[in-house]
Design a protein around this ligand. Structure first.
Ligand code: ADP
Ligand code: GLC
Length: 489
């Protein structure tokens, strides 16, 4: 099959979170399964310098954006057999210091930037000589593509457009903009209705995708069920329930080329199930690097995260406050909300021999933390899939997670299956419940045989992209069979 994937961030070109990892790995896995995959993403600042092999394509965009026309150029990079990446070069929109924001403030023209990106995707889907069998878009930034394609089919004589698949990575971000932003889409006014892209008088890009995509997926089976409830639906649960026959949950895989301690170039000592010694060496190295007292016996907990409400930062700060009277160490790598950044910095100031905090975004350090930790904390309020708990399993850092979304689908607690337990789960969203889970971890740490058994189960757990690609292939096939009508069918 020929699949055109579009995303506002794709690893290894740009990344703010798991979206980039997921789309990069999906493209690669599709190509390795014998499909042809092409990626579309913006040419952000610095990408061309890091990938000098990319070539300018003989292609010129000149697309309406409200009452103006915007031009752009196209670059391409052959990544491996069956996998090509396209980059939209529009310096005014994309040659900036950040992807979505700078100094904590979102760019005021994010609607223009990503509506324009979506128009480029629909344009390429229609005019590229390489005609895709399916167009797969991700999150709100490209979620207008299905409606733009649908409009071109009915109004501009695009005979047989490919079906569209939308993946929701996070329903909390919908791309909602003031009513007059709708003009930037250049769609006729009859799309701006409650049955279309309107949401309480405003434009909702993600809703557009949910209404007009032929098939909708999200990144774990449990999150697929959760987003149909009021609690997790952010106002779109009713619509999602109406489309539930076309809604699928497919758990993300892990790119083990990048995330495996047996051959991780970022860590000082590689290790594996059969050669475990390197893990302690990684722990000692990280303690030194982060300025914590070195010692193999102190249980080391870690977190790598965007510091946002979603990630359960408030209960984590509360639980650590309670638990720091015990003999544990904690390292955090994260950035985001300045109040949360301050909260962790304050904890590190008060407990310098137990807490080390790095407010930063640092790919290499993220790998070193996974390799060093005994336990990984991920107490999310909600979590569509979550990748760090999966990485932690492979690195033998036992995940402590709240039983929600993809965390629940990927970690096995003792109470669920004693023969395969690989992590610790808690349910209630509270500092007290998390502190109790941390106490269980400390008890486990005192039982070396049991800890070894958990580690063995954890490191053997595999979230293969082959499995996920098989499920996406079925989703694409059903999108093709549904292509004739999904407008709130
Ligand atoms: P989300 O996409 O909601 O942030 P995921 O668990 O799916 O959560 O993915 C997060 C990804 O971003 C992981 O690859 C993680 O290592 C990375 N990441 C998050 N924060 C940082 C940071 N401060 N430095 C380096 N990598 C980070
Ligand atoms: C989103 C979600 C996260 C998921 C990632 C990749 O950022 O918050 O749970 O793992 O997308 O699908």
């Amino acid at each position: 099959m020929k699949i055109l994937l579009a995303s506002s961030e794709i690893h290894p070109f740009s990344k703010t979170g798991g979206l980039a990892d997921m789309v990069g790995a999906l493209g690669k896995a599709l190509a390795r399964a014998g499909h042809e995959a092409r990626l579309i993403t913006p040419l952000y600042r610095g990408i061309r310098e890091r990938f000098p092999q990319m070539r300018r394509v003989d292609w010129h965009f000149d697309l309406p954006l409200g009452d103006r026309h915007v031009q752009a150029a196209l670059w391409s990079l052959e990544m491996e057999t069956g996998l090509v990446a396209y980059f939209i070069e529009q310096p005014g929109f994309f040659d900036r210091a950040g992807i979505y924001l700078e100094n904590d403030v979102g760019y005021p023209d994010n609607a223009d930037r990503f509506i324009f990106l979506s128009k480029c995707v629909a344009h390429l889907a229609r005019y590229l000589p390489w005609q895709p069998d399916v167009v797969h878009v991700h999150d709100w930034q490209t979620a207008l593509v299905p409606v733009l394609m649908r409009h071109q089919q009915s109004a501009e004589g695009w005979g047989n457009p490919p079906p569209a698949c939308l993946t929701i990575h996070n329903l909390a971000y919908q791309g909602v903009f003031p009513r007059d932003t709708f003009a930037l889409t250049n769609l006729p006014p009859d799309f701006f209705t409650i049955e279309g892209v309107e949401f309480y008088g405003r434009l909702n890009c993600l809703k557009a995708g949910i209404v007009f995509a032929n098939i909708i997926t999200t990144v774990s089976p449990r999150y697929a069920r959760e987003i149909m409830t009021e609690e997790f639906g952010y106002g779109l649960d009713g619509l999602l329930r109406r489309r539930q026959k076309q809604l699928l949950g497919i758990l993300n895989g892990v790119d083990y080329d990048e995330w495996d301690p047996a051959h991780d170039a970022f860590i000082a000592h590689t290790y594996s199930l059969t050669r475990p010694a390197g893990k302690v060496a990684c722990k000692l190295a990280l303690q030194r690097e982060m300025g914590l007292p070195q010692g193999r016996d102190a249980p080391l907990f870690g977190t790598i995260s965007r510091l946002a409400d979603q990630k359960g930062v408030d209960i984590q700060l509360g639980a650590l406050e309670e638990m720091l009277s015990t003999n544990l160490q904690f390292v955090l790598l994260g950035s985001g909300s300045s109040a949360y950044e301050r909260g962790y910095a304050e904890l590190a100031r008060r407990f310098p021999s137990k807490v080390a905090v790095r407010v930063d975004y640092d790919e290499a350090l993220a790998h070193r933390i996974e390799a060093a930790c005994d336990f990984y904390l991920m107490p999310s309020r909600f979590e569509p899939s979550g990748l760090n708990q999966m990485y932690s399993l492979r690195y033998g850092a036992i995940p402590i997670v709240r039983a929600t979304g993809g965390l629940d689908d990927s970690v096995i607690d003792l109470t669920e299956d004693a023969t395969r337990a690989n992590g610790i789960k808690f349910h209630e969203y509270s500092a007290r419940a998390l502190a109790k889970a941390i106490r269980k971890a400390l008890a486990l740490y005192q039982q070396p045989d049991l800890l070894r058994q958990y580690r063995r189960h954890a490191m053997k757990t595999a979230f293969s992209w082959e499995r996920a690609v098989g499920e996406y292939q079925k989703a694409y096939e059903s999108a093709r069979s549904l292509r004739t009508g999904s407008r709130l069918s």
